[in-house]
Design a protein around this ligand. Sequence first.
Ligand code: AMP
Length: 126
Amino acid sequence: MPVSGLPPYDPTNVFARILRGEIPSSRVFEDEWALAFHDIAPQAPVHVLVIPKGPYVSAADFHASASDAEIAGFWRAVNRVAKQLGLDEPGHRLLANVGPDSGQEVPHFHVHILAGRPLGPMLARG
Ligand code: AMP
């Protein structure tokens, strides 16, 4: 069992299939380290997902197993996407679900970029 309570990487997960071009996505950015595309069920006016190109199930797995170059390249890509979308000035939220208690649905590490209106409290109460 890898870190973060998730099973080993499943190469048939939906984001792996997007990376391989087997299913479509609405791409906004791609470089050597990362791919960014619009979330299929947006929870804010701007809702983009940024994923690393390597096979990591979660943020915990990524930071434990990826090379320094992959980690730096990925986080620079997150920053570039936010800048490219014009989100630095109005602000935006970066969010990553990790493992069962977080409700992580897709077992390929991803960062949500949420923006486009005041986003309110970080978590719903309850
Ligand atoms: P999480 O709960 O953090 O694992 O988030 C997974 C996200 O992936 C959700 O916001 C979904 O709406 C999104 N999602 C699932 N399938 C797709 C897809 N084919 N294209 C774009 N986003 C997707």
